[in-house]
Design a protein around this ligand. Sequence first.
Ligand SMILES: [Zn+2]
Length: 520
Amino acid sequence: MYDLLLRGGTVIDGSGAAARRADVALREGRVAAVGEIPAAEAEQALEVGGLVVAPGFIDAHSHADAALLRDPAETPKVLQGVTTEIVNNCGFGLFPVRGEAAGEAMGGVWTEGESPTFASAEAYHAALRARGTALNVVSLVAHGAVRASVVGVENRPATEDETRAMCGLVREAFRQGAVGVSFGLLYAPGCFAARDELAAIGRVAAECGRLLAFHVRNECDRFEESILEVIELGRETGAHVHVSHIKVADPARWGDIGLALGHIEEARARGQRVTCDQYPYTAGSSPFTTLLPPWALEGGPARTLARLRDEGERSRIRAALAGEEIIPGWDNLSSRIGWPRCVVGSAPGREEWEGRSIADLAARAGRPPEEVLFDLLLATRGAAIGIWHQMCEEDVQTAMRHPAQMVGSDGLHTLGKPHPRLWGTFPRVLGRYARELGVLTLEQAVHRMTGKTAAAFGLAERGLLAPGYRADVCVFDPGRVVDRATWERPTLPPEGIAHVICNGVFTVRDGRQTEARPGP
Ligand SMILES: [Zn+2]
């Protein structure tokens, strides 16, 4: 006897195979059968005629690590059909955090308010288990946390002993279930790591069969050399390289993403494992501190704010932003993007600035944009989050078509006006990019949010609707599914997601989230 039968739907099984009419039977948290199954063989049958039955979606690029502790319902993702998310991306995570510097650098980054931190993956996952979550949570180990724990937030290469210690922490996290290492080569402290350190960690990952996920060093003018840097690390170490949120984030280089994809193709043709994820929008989002030169970030957030209060250091930062000081290896993001494209998303304490660009705020105040940025950072104690309108639609679609691509939200759980990707990513790919624009077939779109992601990150038993796999299911209406979150109203839930089942338990039924917490 099956627990639940989903009857009469169109199965898209997550492998990329063509849709077919089939029933899906679940038993004891697993997919038990797919085919023609009489209703009498199940305790409960749900008619899903006209709907697509797919594996639950896997968010390849989540920053929900702290948000899940605060609100385990994780509504923005669950309502999109997500049943698993991969957290601790871009080098930021809540473990392993040892010592005060690491705690300050990792607790409460990219999120609303402070967060507890943890000494190990095991401790973090125990905290999630104690709360229960509405979806499965899979961890990367964040290089930034590892480095901050061993070296501090210091702008210097690690010693050999420190590198060995970092490799030890990475190994420990792997033993405790982490599926890879995430790097934020744009951010402090990840940007301070020398090549030897990255390669040493890469070798540990290769040896343990885990991947390296990179927020690459530069997504603006030097995006090509940044992609080549991580491909070369993969070649040298033998590790699978995954490029996070692939993009060309520089209006002067719009239309050039094919160059980055070409390097990925060449590496794949040589037999290297290289993949990428992407969110389906032409804007990015990250903390406003990302705009500052790297030396202004040394020592951690409190030191950065102290520099902005110091007249001399403040004017030095202003000169750097104005391009008066050339800093090797730094691309001066705001000068590449332009202040009119830098919009305030979340500004706790300065809510009236949310939704406005730095250029607009500067014009209204009659002040230089750099000074407005500094005021914003000081007023929000460094917590302000920006939205950068830095990509073009053509590049988004070119990357989406590429066979190395999979879907990741990169959603940030911020107050104010978060980037709509937090609430819209998966239905947007299905509705706008697959159904309306035909950039992907529906089967390809589902594959890139299920089976392909599970294969890349080594998630056994997830990502496919096949007997023996975990019963993670998303049932959606292919004619209606679409995102509704916009820049103005970024927290509107999507349409057309009918039912979501995680580990055999309904987390969404008839479009409404249940109380169930079947994760992590
Ligand atoms: Zn990132």
